[in-house]
Write a protein that binds this ligand. Structure first.
Ligand code: SF4
Length: 232
């Protein structure tokens, strides 16, 4: 597939937090088949061309930004589903960019084709890898966990640097669910909890107040001392 067909939904021209150790542009791609209840990018879920810049214009902009930026990270939506992404990564690699990917791991075969082109992956693990029921409740899709387990195994074998991140909120996670999640991911190199922010009655996005409690966090860090906690 030609790189020019990339379905760009949007661009964040500069980020120091979306690709560890890099000053990166974040390119959002259109389309995701899952329906997570806390999704902040619901307008990126339908498939289509996306409302962002066309790839040739964005590629030229990135060529001019090289030096001030040193990385490009693809996010979404679910970027692995865009058939133009491998060709796009090859173009950016030739320019000299470090390349990152945010994925929910729902397309392991596509991820396998992308991994040799990538320097870093942020794998969104929605729930404990053995908790298929919670994973399906969060994604709104039955049988959604199997692909994620496969993607996680691929990453562990690949040698590509990666982090698992999980969006958490007491609407979906009990304290026991959270501890199970941390425990089942204890062997991955890095795991971050991202607190989901949900709209209040006035439509303002708010993180949960008082959760996880200090005691719960201490229990989680007894399992994994380097557990990260971020605002999602
Ligand atoms: S996988 Fe990501 S983009 Fe897709 S619905 Fe869930 S949160 Fe939104």
């Amino acid at each position: 597939m030609s790189a020019d067909a990339l379905a760009v939904a949007g661009l964040q021209p500069f980020s120091s937090v979306d690709f560890p150790g890099r000053l990166a542009a974040v390119v959002f791609l259109q389309g995701c088949p899952w329906r997570c209840g806390y999704c902040h990018n619901a307008d990126l879920q339908p498939r289509g061309q996306g409302g962002g810049p066309r790839w040739p214009a964005l590629r030229d902009w990135l060529a001019r930004r090289l030096g001030r930026l040193d990385g490009v990270v693809f996010s979404g939506g679910e970027p692995t589903l865009d058939p133009a992404l491998p060709a796009v990564l090859d173009q950016l690699r030739e320019m000299g960019y470090a390349l990152g990917l945010h994925t929910a791991g729902l397309a392991p075969r596509r991820l396998a084709a992308l991994l040799p082109r990538l320097d870093w992956v942020g794998l969104d693990v929605k729930a404990a890898p053995a908790d298929a029921g919670l994973h399906d409740r969060i994604t709104g899709r039955r049988g959604s966990l199997h692909a994620v387990r496969e993607s996680l195994a691929l990453l562990q074998r690949s040698g590509v640097e990666f982090e698992c991140r999980t969006t958490v909120h007491p609407r979906w996670f009990t304290d026991a669910d959270l501890l199970r999640l941390v425990s089942e991911l204890a062997a991955v190199p890095r795991h971050a909890l991202q607190l989901a922010r949900l709209p209040d009655e006035a439509g303002t996005l708010r993180a949960p107040v008082g959760w996880p409690s200090p005691a719960l966090l201490a229990q989680a860090r007894a399992i994994r001392p380097d557990l990260l906690l971020r605002l999602g």
